[in-house]
Design a binder for this molecule. Structure first.
Ligand SMILES: [Zn+2]
Length: 292
């Protein structure tokens, strides 16, 4: 029995993003649309999310302008499409600290946030380095890091060291240290709640940007190709890709990258009035479809 309804919610996008960001070494391969999104998981009497997006003001807006982000919409608008409000969200899993994933914790006043301890502590360390190391801070808003530390002061942060299984029924956190970032993690949902579920989803954060990271460029000769941005190692990204596909029962289409526009070719979806896409991955028993 399907326990959770799951949607990928686009909240903004970059119309023209260099393909070389998605795929390591893919130079001279033009541009493609890059949606920014987060995951809403509804079931077992609660609302959980994977990542929260950024807030289009202060330095978050500056970064967004730098990266060519368009059509940002606030969580109240986006979650309204699912019939929930930001106040309803009780649990958030932060895959990593880049501004477009962790920048809007303040819009979820009732949520408890999970993050890898290494992700937080190493960004604090990175912030303290001299100016010539600033490349390491690409995509990081220091104010996001401070807000997340403050969540700990408020008793709303769970700082995880490595894997944690069953953080909610059927939901596991998996560490992927020194990959896309210092302490990235991915989230698996075993949607029938069994230990070795055949109905498992893997929410990849930015360990995967595009299908090519899991399949390569040649459909007749698949290979893993890392994302084009890593503060850690390409080797660890490749090995994590293999681990994620295995946890998804060998089905690479169940490893979900929020930045992949072509999820629409695999799953039912629609465009909202705000011009953003809702992609429906799963429906719990009795839950009406949001896209049909
Ligand atoms: Zn990232």
């Amino acid at each position: 029995m399907t326990s959770y309804s799951i949607w990928v919610m686009e909240y903004a996008h970059v119309p023209e993003q260099a393909t070389s960001l998605f795929i390591y070494g893919a130079h001279n391969q033009g541009h493609r649309k890059m949606p920014y999104g987060y995951i809403v998981i509804k079931g077992q009497g609660r609302i959980a999310m994977v990542d929260v997006g950024y807030n289009h003001r202060a330095y978050g807006a500056v970064l967004a302008e730098t990266y060519g982000v368009r059509n940002w919409q606030p969580p109240r608008t986006i979650l309204g499409e699912c019939g929930v409000s930001p106040e309803d969200v009780s649990t958030v899993f932060i895959t990593h600290a880049h501004f477009d994933h962790m920048g809007n914790t303040e819009d979820f006043p009732n949520a408890t946030f999970y993050i890898q301890e290494r992700e937080l502590s190493k960004w604090v360390w990175s912030m303290s380095l001299e100016r010539r190391f600033r490349w390491l801070m690409l995509g990081i808003d220091p104010a996001d890091i401070l807000r997340t530390v403050d969540l700990a002061r408020q008793g709303r942060l769970v700082s995880v060291d490595g894997d944690r299984e069953g953080v909610l029924p059927g939901i596991d956190l998996r560490a992927a240290f020194d990959t896309h970032t210092w302490g990235s993690m991915y989230v698996t949902v075993r949607n029938d709640l069994t230990p070795n579920s055949a109905d498992t989803w893997v929410f990849a954060g930015d360990l995967v940007y595009a299908h090519e990271n899991l399949r390569g460029m040649d459909p007749n000769d698949p290979q893993y190709v890392p994302v084009g941005l890593a503060t850690g190692s390409q080797f660890t990204l490749i090995m994590t890709a293999e681990e994620m596909v295995k946890r998804a029962g060998g089905d690479h289409t169940r490893v979900i990258p929020v930045h992949e526009e072509r999820l629409k070719d695999l799953f039912p979806s629609r465009i909202t009035k705000a011009g953003l896409r809702i992609t429906e991955l799963a429906l719990a028993h009795g839950e009406p479809s949001l896209v049909r």
